[in-house]
Design a binder for this molecule. Structure first.
Ligand code: PEP
Ligand code: MG
Length: 579
């Protein structure tokens, strides 16, 4: 039977752009059940085989870690480090040894132990942690390959520019790849926080993951189109489909070229109003991309990611190292460090703190609430930030503020930290600015009171929409209710911005709404001073702002404020004429 044409597969687009090319199927290591009964006098030998396989896997992971560090930076190397922790995990190791003790071969024991442990991952609600099941399986496959003494298939074999199709890409797959040979990725497994997603975004290569069974449908060298914008993959595209995508690809290339012109220009409207465009980051390795895309600062450093990629709490010294590195690289621009926004869901699972599970962690003991309950944890971070502040233009931002007393308590701990440092003779920026995120309706409604207590405010629309609309921001079933154009959201933003300005304070936005060019005229019209977003979006937003008149944007907002519903608001925005 011949291969069908134009097979359209739907997955999750995790890195934007169109890629057209030929498939390179990366065959994965085997992971199947191989069962043998081992006579009693040979069981000792199985233990030795297991130890030997662990030793070889350890060496392989060590190599991966070094290579990843060189290629993608420290933060990605942490993935290999996390694999090392899995490899040495006593619970997994004991499970395997217990199965060997029953008279079974190591291959069987590894398979069964991983099957049992990985089942417990499926029940985890949090996507980031659920994804870690793939890490466990990756490590198990490596052990299995060493046991079976097989050669590893690698992306080093790639000798023509291709689109890589795989079940799942692990750090060890990506370390050996030649970047220039890869145009795109498509994988069966994976979600938004998978390793494939992180690598593709970092290299700015289009990628679609979660395609379920693409590896069963492709053949080596087959024609393929990856549409990372819409999470679509087309196999064996017809001439017509190919032509359409080629056109889109050419538009994309021309657009990217055009955007490069804006990199070093200010985001100033035609009538002279400058908006500061900044970047959101999650780790220091992203700073290169921030500078490459022409950001004028970091408007949100989500510092909690430092806690998520490791088992132990970061020390004050680690906080200090991470922040001072970013501050130095970003000089003279500002770096707004958001103090940790972790919830009980993550912390308890990491075993960092015994605070127990919560039925509703997004409304539970998280962010500033957690920090105020555990001041020593908070102080460690604040001291790290303060010490780093001498190396650049650092500002502090508290997340999930709901009332004034939280700001006062947090500031009291900040003052204690400053006092301690003074006594220890350690220097810091005595005038460090402190701001808050406005991302809960209660804070939005008292923005005038909050503005008097802080140096700046930044609107976190991701949570503000979630809590205002009572709609879980990651629940696809209610995604249609999650719309920044709801009159309630527009009015809240207006209220916050006006309140901030009346008090003479800067008002920024660091939620996803800031990164969508469709909303830019509205945000400029609402009077936001700073917009912070994923760095790749900066040139696009800059282009919009440079083609816009603030006066016209303000007229647009006046019209929108009279609209009765979001459909009306959307139509009004669509009809907006820039000139
Ligand atoms: C927000 O809530 O809009 C925000 C920027 O923070 P996060 O997405 O990290 O919750
Ligand atoms: Mg938030």
């Amino acid at each position: 039977m011949g291969i069908k044409n134009n097979i359209v597969l739907k997955g999750i687009g995790v890195s934007a752009g169109i890629a057209i090319g030929k498939v390179f199927v990366l065959k994965e290591d085997d992971f199947k059940l191989i069962e043998k009964n081992i006579p009693k006098d040979k069981i000792e030998n199985e233990y030795l085989r297991f130890q030997e396989a662990i030793k070889k896997t350890r060496l392989e992971l060590q190599d991966n870690q070094d290579d990843l560090n060189k290629m993608l930076g420290e933060n990605y190397a942490k993935i290999a480090k996390a694999h090392m922790l899995i490899l040495e995990d006593p619970i997994i190791n004991n499970e395997i040894k217990n199965i060997i003790a029953t008279g079974k071969n190591v291959e069987y024991a590894v398979y069964k132990a991983v099957e049992k442990i990985s089942k417990s991952f499926d029940a985890i609600k949090d996507e980031y942690f659920r994804e870690r099941k793939n890490d466990l399986i990756d490590v198990a496959k490596k052990i299995m390959r060493h046991l079976l003494e097989k050669e590893k298939e690698t992306l080093e074999n790639l000798n023509s520019v291709s689109i890589v199709v795989a079940k799942n890409l692990s750090p060890s797959d990506t370390v050996s790849m030649k970047e220039s040979m890869i145009k795109g990725f498509a994988t069966d497994m994976g979600g938004r926080t998978s390793h494939t997603a992180l690598v593709a975004q970092s290299l700015e290569i289009p990628a679609v993951v979660g395609l379920k069974n693409i590896t069963e449908q492709v053949k080596q060298g087959m024609s393929i189109v990856i549409d990372g914008n819409n999470g679509i993959v087309v196999l064996n595209p017809t001439k017509e489909t190919l032509e359409n995508y080629k056109r889109e690809y050419e538009i994309q290339i021309a657009y990217q070229k055009d955007l490069e012109k804006f990199k070093d220009l200010n985001a100033t409207t035609l009538d002279g109003e400058e908006i500061v465009l900044e970047a959101n980051i999650e780790n220091p390795d992203e700073v290169k991309s921030v500078l490459k895309h022409g950001a004028n600062g970091i408007g949100l450093y989500r510092s909690e990611y430092m806690f998520l990629t490791r088992k132990a709490m970061p020390t004050e010294e680690e906080h200090f190292q991470s922040y001072s590195k970013i501050a130095k690289m970003m000089m003279p621009y500002e770096v707004i460090i958001r103090t940790i926004d972790l919830g009980g869901d993550k912390i308890s699972r990491l075993g960092l703190m015994n605070i127990g599970m919560e039925a509703n962690p997004f409304m539970g003991l998280r962010a500033i609430r957690l920090c105020l309950k555990y001041p020593e944890l908070f102080k460690r971070q604040l001291r790290g930030i303060l010490r780093a502040s001498v190396y650049g233009n650092i500002k502090i931002m508290y997340p999930m503020i709901t009332k004034i007393s939280e700001i006062k308590q947090a500031n009291a701990i900040l003052e204690q930290s400053k006092e301690e440092l003074r006594k220890e003779g350690k220097s810091f920026d005595e005038n460090i600015q402190v701001g808050v995120m406005i991302e809960v309706p209660s804070a939005a409604l008292i923005a005038d009171l909050i503005a008097k207590e802080v140096d700046f405010m930044s609107i976190g629309t991701n949570d503000l929409i979630q809590y205002t609309m009572a709609v879980d921001r990651v629940n696809e079933k209610v995604a249609d209710l999650y719309n920044p154009m709801h009159p309630a959201i527009i009015r809240l933003i207006k209220h916050i911005t006006d309140a901030g300005h009346r008090a003479g304070k800067t008002v920024g936005m660091c939620g996803e709404m800031a990164s969508d060019p469709k909303f830019t005229p509205v945000l400029v019209g609402l009077g936001l001073d700073e917009l912070s977003m994923s760095s790749v979006q900066i040139p696009k937003i800059k282009k919009v702002i440079r083609n816009l008149k603030k006066q016209k944007a303000e007229n647009l907002v006046s019209k929108i404020l009279d609209c009765q519903n979001l459909e009306e608001i959307e139509t009004t925005i669509k009809q907006f004429k820039y000139k």
